[in-house]
Write a protein that binds this ligand. Structure first.
Ligand SMILES: *Cc1c(COP(=O)(O)O)cnc(C)c1O
Length: 356
């Protein structure tokens, strides 16, 4: 077989591998922080109806500016946001890529605080943006002083703060975000993919008067819409306009727009399971602590647990028992997504047997 050395691949991409959380068909999949509750039938029917209405017009390009969807996203978020302050793409990963294309690049730079979302370095690399990760403080927490100091010292073009943070679950307080914003002149991106699970106030409350602040969200997690690929961002209208320069034309298909509008029309129903999921998260924390393991503080729909002698062995054994979880590469830890009550029961039971 031909390999990368025989084709003119960008030198900086040689030796790199694609993003690849395992996709394995198992009864209990708690590995990529999806909402494991399915789409309610009434929502499914609404989606189908709206898709059906679009199909006949698929010979035409979709609405490039999708103002209707941006308006509904603004309504959903509240805070008096205008449609011009919203933007959407195929997952918040694409939002982040567009932000890096607009504000990053070889003459800029980006930083974050690790361990954090594994796609940040990938997105930086794809957009040719130099990227550095500073270590988090004890227990993966972040304080305003520490964050501001690292930002001032490195003076990057982009700062990424993930709150609650994946894979640790740690939320970031508004005080930290305010301090980060003040510490430099670049773009501050707060990744709130798990905001609906968090008790912390959203950084959306800080948007007014902060034109360099961008808050990215997704329908992939709390909304149970990962397969539809809908991410979005709220920011000052000028920052949104910058994303419009780098986006590919017609990037959001009319089917995606219709499906997202249908889901948003049922946002309350779709978010009904959030309380239940948070209950299962807290149950995981409680039960693994009883098993002598250590759970890190989580304000999300997953828990990072420490205390495994051999994380990979536990991963493999759980997989044999039909439970897929995530080894994120932090020594002696594993990450568990909170699922339904019965999925959580299965996970905890298998863990208990294994550690006995
Ligand atoms: C899951 C996740 C996303 C969402 O990705 P999508 O592309 O919207 O599915 C973004 N950021 C973090 C930290 C995540 O964990």
């Amino acid at each position: 077989m031909t390999d990368f050395n025989q084709i003119p691949l960008r030198p900086d991409l040689k030796g790199q591998v694609p993003y690849g959380a395992p996709q394995i068909n198992v009864p209990v999949a708690l590995n990529v922080n999806e909402n494991t509750f399915g789409i309610p039938e009434v929502v499914a029917l609404e989606i189908i109806q709206r898709l059906a209405a679009e199909v006949i017009g698929l010979n035409r390009y979709p609405d490039r500016e999708f103002m209707q969807l941006r308006g509904k996203l603004a309504d959903y978020l509240g805070f008096g946001l205008a449609p011009e302050q919203l933007w959407a793409a195929n997952g918040s990963n694409e939002i982040l890529l567009q932000a890096f294309q607009a504000f990053g690049g070889p003459s800029s730079s980006a930083i974050s605080f690790g361990p954090t979302y594994s796609m940040y370095p990938n997105i930086a690399r794809i957009s040719l943006t130099p990227y550095e990760e500073f270590e988090r403080e004890a227990d993966f927490e972040l304080s305003a002083d520490y964050v501001a100091e690292k930002i001032r010292d490195s003076n990057p073009g982009i700062v990424l703060l993930c709150s609650p943070n994946n894979p640790t679950g740690t939320p970031i307080s508004l005080a930290v975000i305010e301090a980060a914003y003040q510490a430099f002149d670049g773009i501050l991106i707060v990744d709130e993919a798990y905001a609906e699970f968090s008790a912390e106030e959203s950084a959306l409350s800080l948007l007014s008067g902060r034109p360099r602040l961008m808050i990215s969200r997704t329908m992939s997690k709390a909304f149970a819409f990962a397969g539809a690929r809908v991410g979005y961002v709220a920011a000052d209208a000028t920052a949104i306009d910058a994303l419009r320069i780098v986006r590919l034309p017609y990037h959001l298909s009319s089917l995606t727009q219709a499906a997202a509008l249908a889901a948003l029309s049922f946002s309350e129903l779709l978010l009904e399971n959030v309380a239940q999921i948070k209950g299962q998260r807290d149950r995981i924390i409680q039960q693994v602590t009883k098993m002598g393991l250590r759970a890190f503080r989580s304000d999300s729909n997953f828990v990072l647990v420490e205390g495994f002698q051999d994380s990979n062995e536990v991963f493999e054994k759980l997989l044999e028992r039909g439970v897929l979880i995530r080894n994120v590469g932090i020594p002696n830890t594993l990450r568990f997504t909170a699922g339904t009550e019965s999925e959580t029961t299965k996970l905890l039971a298998e863990l208990a047997i294994m550690l006995d």
